[in-house]
Design a protein around this ligand. Structure first.
Ligand code: ATP
Ligand code: MG
Length: 464
């Protein structure tokens, strides 16, 4: 069994020969070992030296296995304890597991079984540490530009946290307006390249004839109008990240050249044979179905595989409806600060429409809707009258419809809405650390309304 050198097992057993046998076995399996002849000694070792796992006998003088388990768990609950027990003491071993031991094995020891339990315990610890690490990284992303606490958003942030510190090429796919640009930036600023440039190239905005020179640069006189040498974007991005947005629009001839540049880690200026090494991390994004483009022969398969090393799909706004209140409120706040108007929030009726609408343009469409609302606004609260036409049409449709139990075809049912509303409230409560006034402010409702809603959803547990 190959283990990192430092994994150390503490063997607590009063029977010297038994201890020796376990120690020998552990060392044979590649672990480091420590020994304790009773529970008290085991506790002392845990307090003074690094230990990754404990094999604990039950019946020992001074402090028995169960007492030692309790004491060690309360001192450091993250060290897995495996109880080694005789058949006659199984009930006590079960009690020890209830007090925090990881599991137990019976004597005489079946080493295969022990190995399996130990593997599981180490894996458990590893996963917990990994989780902890991710949580720390996520905490940093909360401060990034990406708003949202829905499960879909959490998953996205997790993916960013995982891939950001690596140098891996990332392909971001997702509908228009779902924040692909923000994801690319979040990856760059959370990578070791953050001090170096992030160069964004919108492949759709550059004419096919100019794209090669734009990316790789050109020599003086390379083509008509090239009156001096020019550095390409790859060179500008050296040491940093290049973000090729709308990669699906890249002409096939250019795809071949890009592939070569990625494979060789070097570029050639237009009009020159000299290879220039570049050190860039590549992030690409597209809202097109690139796999379909590959099948249709519009996108090179080999380039697709080169780009799609780590795929991130940004969720549509429909997949994270519960983020709408926070997003809308955030955009509103940003725009009204700029406009100098006093905007207090969004009326429940308008919020209802924001939640029901299907947002084909995703976050960008919501952002535009809020900007427009602030311009149009006369009163204190954004009402349906300030929302874009499709949402007003939706309101008319809802009014005209019999609000029966069937699903509304362009929106959500009452029960779904209540569920989303509840989730939005709980998310905000969590984000504000349970601060009801702040939660109400963020959601654009009064504190009283919030309390009523919490009561309705049976979530009004804290008395503040
Ligand atoms: N999670 C989010 N939180 C806050 N703002 C967001 C979020 N997602 C997107 N936005 C905002 O929505 C707008 C659109 O985002 P972005 O330009 O990144 O979308 P995109 O996926 O690249 O769209 P396209 O495919 O059309 O280029 C931006 O103004 C961005 O700031
Ligand atoms: Mg974009």
């Amino acid at each position: 069994m190959s283990r990192p050198r430092k994994t150390t097992i503490l063997i607590a057993d009063d029977d010297r020969s038994h201890r020796l046998m376990l120690t020998t076995m552990m060392q044979e399996w590649g672990f480091g070992t420590r020994e304790a002849s009773d529970g008290r000694e085991a506790l002392d070792i845990v307090r003074s030296k690094p230990v990754d796992m404990i094999l604990m006998d039950m019946r020992m003088p001074n402090m028995d296995g169960i007492e030692a388990t309790k004491a060690i768990c309360s001192y450091n609950p993250s060290i897995p304890i495996v109880i080694v027990t005789a058949y006659s003491s199984i009930p006590t071993a079960v009690e020890a597991v209830k007090s925090g031991a990881f599991d137990y094995v019976t004597k005489p020891i079946d080493f295969e079984a022990l190995r399996v339990v130990m593997e599981r315990a180490l894996e458990h610890t590893r996963l917990r540490e990994e989780n902890e690490r991710l949580r720390c990284q996520l905490a940093r992303f909360q401060a990034s530009e990406l708003t949202g606490s829905s499960p879909a958003m959490q998953k996205l942030l997790e993916m960013i946290a995982l891939v950001a510190p690596t140098d891996t090429t990332v392909l971001i796919t997702g509908e228009s307006g779902t924040g692909k640009g923000l994801v690319a930036r979040a990856i760059h600023v959370n990578s070791a390249r953050r001090e170096k440039p992030l160069v964004e190239v919108n492949c759709a905005a550059i004419p096919a004839t100019l794209i090669e020179s734009e990316l790789f640069g050109h020599e003086k006189g390379a083509f008509t109008g090239a009156d001096r040498q020019r550095k390409g974007r790859f060179t500008t991005a050296d040491g940093g990240t290049i973000f090729l947005d709308e990669i699906g629009e890249l002409p096939l001839s250019m795809q071949a050249k890009l592939l070569r540049a990625i494979q060789e880690g070097q570029i050639q200026r237009v009009g020159s044979d000299a290879a220039i090494p570049v050190d860039v991390r590549l992030i690409a994004a597209t809202n097109r179905d690139i796999e379909k483009m590959v099948h249709e022969g519009l996108f090179r398969e080999d380039l697709y595989y080169r780009l799609n090393v780590f795929a991130i799909a940004t969720p549509s706004l429909r997949e994270r409806v519960e983020d709408i209140p926070a997003l809308a409120q955030g955009f509103l706040a940003a725009f009204y600060k700029k406009s100098g108007k006093v905007v207090k929030g969004i009326t429940p009726r308008a919020m209802d429409l924001l939640l029901r609408y299907t947002w084909p343009g995703n976050v960008r469409e919501l952002e535009n809707a809020m900007e427009r609302a602030v311009i149009l606004l006369q009163g204190d609260y954004v009402s349906p009258a300030e929302l874009p036409l499709p949402l007003q049409a939706l309101e008319k449709k809802i009014e005209g419809d019999d609000p029966g139990p069937g699903p509304a075809d362009n929106g959500l049912r009452g029960a779904d809405l209540a569920c989303i509303e509840k989730q939005a409230i709980l998310n905000q409560l969590k984000e504000t650390g349970g601060n009801k006034s702040e939660t109400a402010r963020r959601l654009g409702i009064t504190r009283r309304t919030l309390k009523l809603k919490l009561k309705k959803y049976g979530s009004d547990t804290e008395a503040d």
